[in-house]
Design a protein around this ligand. Structure first.
Ligand code: IFM
Length: 443
């Protein structure tokens, strides 16, 4: 167990050019629901039994009102960058125009970040689809991809040169699979025939948005953020390896291969035709639009065994696990980065999320989250190992700046390096936040 975060003296991650940041997402922290349109997560939260503690995002961390003190907090952590997402339903009206009040909220934040010399990494879509678009079919409707392009166009013009980096989407796997196939995220649609269709429209939306970002914001680094949960076989048996490879294609490669190779994984031929996305001529050309960076989110791995009914069966995560039940297995992080680098012709990578949910206790005004520090130490080492093996990683963002609304888990799981008391909205930097600050400021 460590209480400080360290890296080898010659590590590239100790150079001043390596960007360290903290990340959040609009719905998870903002609140301020009176000033925006409803989104699919509002509806999901209002549906009984969907969110573990029955909570919602109406207040969350009240960042809508407390953003100034939150930016001071970010600066006090010594980070180079802040990754935030824009709430689409806050900045675009139902008729598709800019909502100036919502735009001004973000302009104030971006101006303040610029004044404090903190780079803004802006994600355009972190899951809060306007509800009126879901009512028209959401990501199952191809038209949503074009609505996203229009939103990206308007907002990137409004933001001017204030943004260091744009990510079109955060984790399209979660939007598509969890939202439209497993149904455990908003909008809660269940059915194997939906996931890949939603995924295709999300990737199309990404490509269309890249076109307008390139035009409106040629100087920012524009790309996408994907999450990866590397798949491992339970044994060396051919059958388990096959099962794990299938799962990898289904959950991971499905979202990256089209970006770089212009095609979906070959397992498509093994999926029933009614599960296939409708790929129109020219779609893959749009989707393969060059990106300046790939954002990689990593938390854990999964283990699979062969199964006679399905293509794979996921076994329970072994120990050690974080408070959300995810195995702590940093080696998979290095192996993931190295393998992506071998498989694809990648641009620079930013680790746009990495972190751990822990059952934190606030005792005498402090959170001694030693387990989280240990998680960060091992995962920073894992990134460093990948860099040493030739992977170009230019930055690392801790998930998350502060405890927040953890989707289907509500407020029960804490990922922050800053503790939030949801009754008083008091923020307390945890030991992990202090250790992160120490690592960054002593580079
Ligand atoms: O909280 C989420 C975040 O919104 C997206 N990536 C994973 C995090 C932890 O579950």
């Amino acid at each position: 167990m460590t209480v400080k975060l360290t890296l080898p003296a010659q590590s590239k991650m100790l150079s001043q050019d390596f960007i360290y940041g903290v990340a959040t997402a609009s719905f998870q922290i903002e609140g301020g629901e009176n000033n925006r349109l409803p989104c699919i997560w509002d509806t999901f939260c209002d549906t009984a039994g969907k969110v573990a503690d029955g909570s919602n995002g109406l207040i969350a961390c009240d960042h809508y009102n407390l953003w100034q003190q939150d930016i001071e907090l970010i600066e006090s952590l010594g980070v180079d960058a802040y990754r935030l997402s824009i709430s689409w339903p806050r900045v675009i009206t139902e008729s598709g125009e800019l909502n100036q009040q919502g735009v001004d909220f973000y302009l104030d934040i971006l101006n303040e970040l610029q004044r404090r010399n903190i780079k803004a990494f802006v994600t355009l879509y972190h899951w809060d689809l306007p509800q009126h678009l879901e009512d028209e079919g959401g990501w199952l409707n191809r038209a949503t991809a074009y609505k996203f392009r229009d939103y990206a166009d308007l907002i990137s013009k409004a933001f001017g040169d204030r943004v260091y980096s744009y990510a079109t989407l955060n984790e399209p796997f979660c939007s598509a699979f969890l939202g439209y196939e497993a149904g455990i995220h908003a909008p809660g649609i269940v059915g194997k025939e939906f996931g890949k269709k939603a995924a295709h429209h999300l990737l199309l939306a990404h490509g269309l948005a890249m076109q307008v970002l390139e035009k409106n914001s040629p100087n920012s680094k524009n790309g996408i953020v994907l999450n990866f949960t590397p798949c491992y076989p339970e044994s060396d048996s051919e059958a388990d390896i096959k099962a794990s490879d299938f799962a990898d294609d289904y959950f991971n490669q499905w979202y990256i291969k089209p970006l770089f190779d212009g095609e979906y994984p070959e397992i498509m031929s093994q999926l029933p035709a009614e599960h296939h996305p409708e790929v129109l001529e020219g779609d893959m050309e749009i989707i393969t639009h060059a990106i300046d960076f790939l954002g990689v989110n990593f938390y854990t791995r999964s283990i699979y065994r062969a199964n006679s009914d399905e293509h794979f069966f996921q076994i329970d995560a072994p120990e050690p696990r974080t408070d959300i039940g995810w195995e702590i297995y940093p080696k998979a992080f290095t192996e993931l980065l190295v393998s992506l680098n071998e498989k694809y012709s990648l641009p620079a990578i930013y680790i746009t999320e990495n972190g751990a949910a822990m059952a934190d206790k606030l005792v005498d005004g402090a959170v001694n989250d030693i387990g989280r520090i240990d998680y960060y130490q091992n995962h920073l080492n894992a990134v460093n190992d990948a860099i040493e093996q030739g992977v170009q990683v230019n930055g690392y963002f801790a998930w998350s700046l502060m405890d927040n609304f953890e989707w289907a888990e509500g407020y029960l799981k804490r990922f922050g390096i800053v503790h939030v008391d949801y009754d008083t909205q008091v923020r307390t930097i945890k030991a992990s936040g202090l250790a992160y600050n120490d690592l960054i400021t002593n580079r």
